[in-house]
Design a protein around this ligand. Structure first.
Ligand SMILES: C[S@@+](CC[C@H](N)C(=O)[O-])C[C@H]1O[C@@H](n2cnc3c(N)ncnc32)[C@H](O)[C@@H]1O
Ligand code: SF4
Length: 625
C-alpha cells in the first residue's frame, strides 16, 4: 500500500525524522468519533497534533523536550489565528545594531554574511513585538526556512565546522524566504479549531500527572541507531537560542548536545521499558492509549503489549509496511510500523484503516541528473581515478562513510556485480553513473556490459573517454552496436581547465580522438557538456559536432559549492573558483547560450538549464529529451 502525505500538510515543515505524516489515516481511524481531547505526548515535528487539530476538531495537548518542537507546537497548535502583519515584517527586517553574541559571529560561515546580518537584525527586533505568539512566530520562521535547505534535518558538524553534508545557505536569500513563508505559507497553515489547545516542554512521563484526555498518542523515539533527537537536532535548538537572544547559553555549538530539561531516555532498552511502564501506570485515567512503534527497535511490540496488559488494557495491533532509513542491526530498510491500540474497555475493537490498493500513478516530479537520460543505472565499482573535484558520487560516498576525500581515487571493483545476470529492463540503462571506465577496470566493465547487453537491453555508456578503453569497448561490444549509445563528457576544450576540475581524466584531445574513433566504428555517439567548466563551450561543440550522431547536452554544475565543501573540505581557493564559475554562468550567459543554440537540433538542455530557461521538463524518467 502506498502511504501518501495528506494535502493539508503541504508547506508544513516535516524535515524531521520519525514524523508520521504518512500514517495519519491509520492513526485517525483508531480514534473514536466521540473523542474530545487528544494528547500527543511526543510531538516531534508536530505533524500528528497539528493534523488532529485540523482534521478531527479535537482539543490537542502536545509536548516535546526539544525547544524547536515546542516552538512549532506553540505556533501551529496553540495558536488559533495570529500571524505577522506587513508592518511587523517591515519592523523585523529593519537594521538594528545589536549587542550580545551575533549569528554572524557564531554561524556566519553557514549562513553567509548577508543572511547572518539579516538574522541579527531580526533577532534584535523581535522583543519589539508585544504579542508573545508573534514573538514565537518570529523565532520559528527563520528556523523553518533554514531547515528547509538542509537535506537531512539531523545535523552534525565536521572538523571544519560545517554541518553534515556541507550544507550552507550562502546562495540562499533567507530574508526573501522568511517573508514569503510569513505571508504566503503560514496563513494557509494556521487554523482555528475553537479549542484551548495546550503545548508543553516537559518530560513525557512527568506531564502525564497533569493532563487529562480521551486519547493518548505515544510516539517515542525507538531503541535504534540515530534516535537521539536531543543530539541530532541540537543545531535547531541552538539557532532558537540565537533568535531569542540567549546565544550565550549554547555552550559548545558543535558538540551536538542541546540543553534540555531532565527527561526519561527512550533510546535505550532498559530506560525505555521503564518509561513505558510509567506512562501506562500514570495514564490510567485515559481510556485509550495508542503507541506507534517500529520493528526496527530493540524493544518488541509484544513487550509493550505485555506491559499494557499488566495495567489492565486490552491490546489490538495493526502492522503497516514502512520504509525507513537503515537504523537497525539487520540493516533492513523495510520495517513495520505497528499501531498498538490499548484500551481500558475489554470489548473495544478498533476500526483499522485498510484502503483498496491505489492504481499506479505517473510520477509528476521532473526527473533530473541521470534519470533524465535513463530509466535505471548499473555500476560495478566504488571510487574513480578521474577524481573530479565536483563529483557528486564522491561526496555521496564520503557523506555515507563509504569513502574519504583522499581514498575516492582508488578503484574497488565490486566482484558481486561481475557475476550477476541482468534481465531485460524497460527503458535505457545508464552505465556507469558513479565511476568511469578506465584501464584499471575496463575488463570488469566489459564483462558487466556484455551481461547487460546480452539480454537485449539498451545501454547508454557515459564516460570521460580514455582512448584505449573506448577502442577496447568498440571491439569487444561490436555485435551489440545497435543497442549502445556513447555519451562522452567534455566540459571544456581547455586542458588547463580540465586538469583543474578533473585531475585524473583524459585531455581534450584524447577525448576528441575517442569520440572520432567510436563514430568511425559505426557506434551512435553523443556528448555531455555537463558541467560546462568555462564560458566557452562553443569550441567543444564546434570541434566535436562532426562526430556526434545523436545529441549534445549542455548543463550547469549542480550544487557545486556543496559538493566541493565535502570533496575538498576547507579549500577556500576552490570555493572561490566555484563562485567565479557560477557567476560567469549567470542569467545573461544562459540566455545568450540559448539564443545561439535554440534552433540547433543537436543541442539538448539538461534539467539545470531547462529550469533556468523555463523550458518544459519531462515528467517521465529516461526520455532523454
Ligand atoms: C518519533 S518523534 C515524534 C514524531 C511525531 N509523532 C510526528 O509525527 O511528528 C519522538 C520525539 O520525542 C521527543 N522526546 C524524546 N524523549 C522525550 C521525553 N522523555 N519526553 C518528551 N519528549 C521526548 C524527541 O525530542 C522527538 O521529537
Ligand atoms: S568521472 Fe564521474 S564518477 Fe569519476 S570522479 Fe568524475 S564525476 Fe565522479
Amino acid at each position: 500500500m502506498k502511504l501518501t502525505i495528506p494535502k493539508y500538510l503541504k508547506g508544513f515543515p516535516r524535515n524531521y525524522y520519525g514524523n508520521k505524516a504518512r500514517l495519519m489515516n491509520h492513526i485517525f481511524a483508531v480514534i473514536p468519533k466521540h473523542a474530545k481531547v487528544f494528547i500527543d505526548l511526543f510531538g516531534g515535528a508536530m505533524v500528528t497534533g497539528y493534523s488532529a487539530k485540523r482534521m478531527l476538531g479535537v482539543k490537542v495537548i502536545t509536548n516535546d523536550i526539544l525547544r524547536y518542537s515546542y516552538l512549532k507546537g506553540k505556533v501551529f497548535i496553540a495558536n488559533n489565528g495570529t500571524l505577522l502583519s506587513d508592518e511587523d515584517l517591515k519592523m523585523l527586517c529593519a537594521p538594528n545594531a545589536r549587542k550580545g553574541i551575533s549569528a554572524r559571529k557564531l554561524y556566519g560561515h553557514i549562513f553567509g554574511k548577508k543572511n547572518a546580518t539579516f538574522i541579527d537584525n531580526w533577532t534584535a527586533n523581535i522583543p519589539k513585538l508585544s504579542d508573545p505568539i508573534k514573538r514565537d512566530i518570529a523565532v520559528l520562521i527563520p528556523i523553518i526556512c533554514t531547515n528547509k535547505h538542509f537535506r537531512f534535518a539531523a545535523t552534525h558538524f565536521s572538523s571544519n565546522e560545517m554541518p553534515t553534508g556541507g550544507m550552507q545557505l550562502w546562495e540562499v536569500d533567507l530574508q526573501e524566504d522568511v517573508i514569503r513563508y510569513a505571508k504566503e505559507i503560514l496563513p494557509k497553515l494556521v487554523c482555528d479549531n475553537g479549542k484551548d489547545n495546550e503545548v508543553y516542554n516537559q518530560d513525557s512521563v512527568e506531564l502525564l500527572n497533569k493532563v487529562k484526555g480521551d486519547v493518548l498518542y505515544v510516539d517515542s523515539p525507538y531503541v535504534c541507531r540515530g534516535s537521539r533527537y536531543e543530539d541530532n537536532y541540537s543545531f535547531w535548538d541552538d539557532i532558537s537560542k540565537v533568535l531569542t537572544n540567549k546565544a550565550d547559553e549554547i555552550g559548545n555549538r558543535y558538540d551536538g548536545k542541546c540543553v534540555t530539561i531532565p527527561y526519561t531516555d527512550f533510546t535505550t532498552r532498559a530506560s525505555s521499558l521503564l518509561g513505558f511502564t510509567e506512562i501506562l501506570k500514570r495514564a490510567k485515567h485515559i481510556p485509550l492509549v495508542i503507541f506507534s512503534y517500529n520493528t526496527t527497535s530493540d524493544i518488541a511490540v509484544e513487550e509493550i503489549a505485555n506491559i499494557a496488559n499488566v495495567y489492565g488494557r486490552t491490546v489490538t495491533t495493526q502492522s503497516i509496511k514502512y520504509h525507513r532509513p537503515i537504523t537497525n542491526k539487520a540493516n533492513n530498510r523495510d520495517t513495520n510500523e505497528v499501531l498498538i491500540v490499548c484500551s481500558n474497555d475489554p470489548n473495544y475493537k478498533p476500526t483499522f484503516y485498510n484502503p483498496e490498493p491505489e492504481p499506479p500513478t505517473v510520477p509528476t516530479k521532473a526527473p533530473h541528473g541521470t534519470k533524465e537520460w535513463a530509466k535505471s543505472n548499473i555500476n560495478c565499482c566504488q571510487g574513480c581515478s578521474n577524481d573530479c573535484q565536483y563529483c557528486y558520487a564522491k561526496s555521496f560516498a564520503i557523506r555515507f562513510d563509504r569513502s574519504t576525500p583522499k581514498s575516492w581515487k582508488n578503484i574497488q571493483i565490486r566482484k558481486e556485480v561481475l557475476s550477476k545476470k541482468f534481465n531485460k529492463r524497460s527503458g535505457t540503462i545508464m552505465f556507469p553513473t558513479s565511476h568511469d571506465i578506465v584501464p584499471e577496470n575496463v575488463d570488469a566493465c566489459i564483462k558487466v556490459l556484455k551481461s547487460i547487453l546480452s539480454t537485449g537491453n539498451k545501454v547508454l555508456i557515459v564516460s570521460k573517454p580514455n582512448f584505449k578503453c573506448i577502442k577496447k569497448l568498440c571491439s569487444e561490444l561490436k555485435e551489440y552496436r545497435k543497442q549502445i549509445l556513447f555519451r562522452f563528457t567534455i566540459g571544456s576544450a581547455n586542458n588547463k581547465t580540465l586538469k583543474y576540475w578533473e585531475p585524473g581524466a583524459p585531455s581534450f584531445q584524447e577525448r576528441l580522438n575517442a569520440l572520432k574513433y567510436a563514430h568511425k566504428q559505426g557506434f551512435k555517439t553523443s556528448l555531455s557538456c555537463e558541467p560546462m567548466l568555462d564560458g566557452n563551450i562553443h569550441e567543444v561543440i564546434r570541434k566535436c559536432r562532426p562526430f556526434v550522431t545523436d545529441s549534445i547536452w549542455l548543463g550547469l554544475a549542480n550544487k557545486l559549492r556543496q559538493a566541493l565543501s565535502i570533496n575538498v573540505p576547507g579549500d577556500k581557493k576552490i570555493q572561490k573558483r566555484a563562485t567565479e564559475l557560477i557567476e560567469l554562468q549567470d542569467d545573461d550567459f544562459v540566455q545568450k547560450l540559448y539564443k545561439t543554440y535554440k534552433n540547433d537540433s543537436l543541442i539538448k538542455w539538461k534539467d539545470s538549464l531547462k529550469k533556468r530557461l523555463g523550458l518544459e521538463q519531462p515528467t517521465e524518467r529516461g526520455l532523454d529529451v
